[in-house]
Each structure stands twice: as structure tokens, then as C-alpha cells.
Design a protein around this ligand. Sequence first.
Ligand SMILES: NC(=O)c1ccc[n+]([C@@H]2O[C@H](COP(=O)([O-])OP(=O)(O)OC[C@H]3O[C@@H](n4cnc5c(N)ncnc54)[C@H](O)[C@@H]3O)[C@@H](O)[C@H]2O)c1
Length: 440
Amino acid sequence: MAFANSRGGQIFLGVEDDGAVTGAGDLRAADQLMQKVSSACQTSVEPALSCTIIKVEVAGKIVVVVDVPAFSTDRPYRADRVYYLRDGTVCREATRADRRVEDAEVGRVGSRATGRFLVTGGAGYVGSHLVAMLRDQGHAVTVFDNLRTGHRAAVPDGVPFIHADLADAAHLDEVLADGPWDAVFHFASWTQVGESMRMPLTYLHENVGNGVRLIDACVRHGVRRFVLSSTAALFNETGDAPIPESATIDPQSPYGDSKWMMERALAWASRAHGLRSACLRYFNAAGADPAGRLGEDHRPESHLIPLVIDAALGRRGTLDVYGDDYPTPDGTCIRDYVHVTDLAAAHLLAVTRLDDGDVVWNLGNGDGHSVMAVIRTVEAVSGLRVPYRVAERRPGDAPVLVASADRARQAGWEPRFGALEDIVRTAFAWREKHPFGYGD
Ligand SMILES: NC(=O)c1ccc[n+]([C@@H]2O[C@H](COP(=O)([O-])OP(=O)(O)OC[C@H]3O[C@@H](n4cnc5c(N)ncnc54)[C@H](O)[C@@H]3O)[C@@H](O)[C@H]2O)c1
């Protein structure tokens, strides 16, 4: 069904009882019925959508009427409003057969079309910023989160929230069956490298066991696009050159290894089942929603920027700087900080690229900043002094970890908040206003 190539106007498809699409239906009958549906249902044409899909029954069979305005002919589309007439009433609930038809209809998620997305871990730091962006762009989004480290208040009012654990296979299955989902964004995970060294099997259960269960449910329920939060912890580079996607994979922790296993599982699911995936390897997510709605609230916090900010605000003791004798200009470790809103934008871009094949992107700004540079920037932005002392090096800390994000940039990703000042300013603004984070 090449909807994407349609030239505008209406497309009519007959649908068998088992959901198979059999070709054009009776155009005149369908046209009359469509008019009836349109007049009965004032909202049958959504201004935000580039087309309308209406299903009606003709002689006991469902006829799908796809109304494609001429202006959208250069753009693949999807519609997320489906109406059909039963006993003179306009209905919206989807039967299993309807869903199969809709699965075949999903097109590119572009700036004009809207989609329906499931976000696991959407109450967490990075996930909540994507949820906000999806909402801002008019998409329908549902969050699935067990709130182990996430926050209910990070999920905007009006966003369906499923409080559940990925380990609950039956519940997960139910959610995936309630499609269609244009894509699943998978953020839910245990995320601490140090903790994973002490609890490797828990990390494998949580990140790989639950992750593969989710992939399997996606395959069984016809989801076609999957975006994974992966990590720079896949690499063990010791040089100071930006790290491309092609660098040797050599995870040094169960956490990093769990993400690599997920990347492999997705590669196999793509090959065997056609589930397209984007593996997005973030370097150091940082910053906060520029509109001030969301921020970073990990407990305990292990990320440098919020730790430095809390030290400046007097909310924690003296900050430990782990080693000042690394082979870097000021002797402290250099990391690549990438704004969480830029990461969210990369997710949306990646999902539109999946129609061309699987995606693997390293995501960072490509210019690292040392621990001392972060301290100085927090001091400059806040006007406060950061109390710190130099402590022993931590085992396993690489001197420099910086991403080469050329692939994502070539695909059109342009970080808007690449400057360390912007990252720190947004993080500081949120933390200053929310001294107790989300307060839960
Ligand atoms: N923050 C970073 O700098 C960074 C860097 C690289 C990769 N990542 C990856 O990005 C993702 C998000 O990171 P974050 O910093 O937002 O973490 P986070 O802890 O803030 O968010 C994770 C979310 O997943 C939920 N969750 C965890 N296990 C779950 C389960 N079994 N069932 C349902 N929900 C569950 C948590 O409650 C939380 O809301 C993670 O996969 C992480 O590995 C993060």
C-alpha cells in the first residue's frame, strides 16, 4: 500500500474480516458514507494532521477512506484519528482487524504529521525531556515507568502514565497490544556504572532481560521502530581523539555491556523481524529544559554538573575532584556534555531516519570540558564559589571521553545548547528553583 505516493484526493480500500486489505472498494458508496460520517462527526478532519482516515462498513465489510489533501502529497503521513460508522453511530475504538490495517498505514513522522509513542522510563531525567518535546510537537505519548528512579511530577498532566515494571510481562504485553505505536523509546534502565560492578547480574536482568522482553513484545505487536538509550560506556578508548561509532566496542562494566547486548539484540530483531532501531550512545547528558519545566533529580546524584551546582548552593559538602594529574591541560578529566533537550531532538530525528535503515549514533558536542572548567563555569553562571578539594583518582576513569557525532550531524542533528554556559545555566536555573528536585 503505497500511501506515501498518493497524489491527493481519496483512497478507498476494502478490508476483509481477517484484516487483509483487498483493494479499492465501491468508491461511490464509500463517498456517500464518508460524507455521512463527516457530517456526523465534526472533528473528522484534524487540522494538525495531513490526512484523515475514516473507516466505514459497506455491505458488512470495513472500507477505509483515506483523505489526503493535495498539499501533503510530497510527504508520507499517518493519521491517528480513525472513525467508523456502526449502527449509525460514529465509533473510535479499534478492533484487532482495524489495528492490523493501521499498522500498514504508519508513515514517516515528520514536522507536520503526528504520531503515537510509548516511552519507557519517561519519568526519568532524559526520558521526561523527550516526553515534553513530543507533547510540544503535538504527538500522542504514553509513559511506562516504575518510578524507581523517576518522578511522577516529571510527567506532564494529561500524558497517560502507566505505573508498571518492565519485568511484568503480562502488563507489558497488554500495553503493546493496545497499539498502534509508531515507535517505542526505551530509556528505562539501571544506569550506575559503579553499582553495576557490584551487582552485575541485577544489571543483566534489569537492562538485558527486561529489554529483550520489551523488544519481543514490540515484534509480536507489530511495532516497527525502536529507539534505545545507549551509552559511551561501550568504549574503552584511552586516547583523546573524538570517538566515532566505529571505535572498538570494549565495555568495562556490566552496565556498558548490558547496553551492548541490547544493541546486538536489536540488530538481530531488525534482521529477523524487520524491527528498525536507533541506538543512541549518549556521552554525558546534562542541562535542563530551557523552559524550566524539568530538570535532573537523580538520588543519589552521580553526575558532575548537578553535584557542582549543589556544592555552589551549599546543599552538599566540599566537592571531591578525582585526580588533577591526568594528561589534560589542567590535569582533570575531560568529558563531553550534551544538553538533554538536544538529546531529545536527536531521538525525534532518529525515528524519522529509520525508514532508510537502522541507526547508530554517538551523541555529544565533540568538544570536551574538564572538571575544573565545569567548576569555573558554575561559578561564573551562579556568582557563587564552589568548595572543592582534590581527591585520589577513581579506578577506571579515562582522561578524555569525547564523541565524534559526525553521523548524527550529517543526518541533520544540530545541537542548540552546545555551549557549556547554556548547559550550566539551564541546570542551575532548575536546581535553584527546585532545591529538593521534584520533591517526592
Ligand atoms: N544520564 C546520562 O548521562 C546517560 C548517559 C548515557 C546513557 N544514558 C541512558 O539513558 C537512559 C536514561 O537515563 P536517565 O539519566 O534519564 O536515568 P533515570 O534513572 O533518570 O531514568 C530511568 C527511568 O527508568 C525507570 N525504570 C528503571 N527500571 C525500570 C523498569 N524495570 N520498569 C519501568 N521503569 C523503569 C526509572 O524509574 C526512571 O524513571 C538510561 O537508559 C541510561 O542508561 C544516560
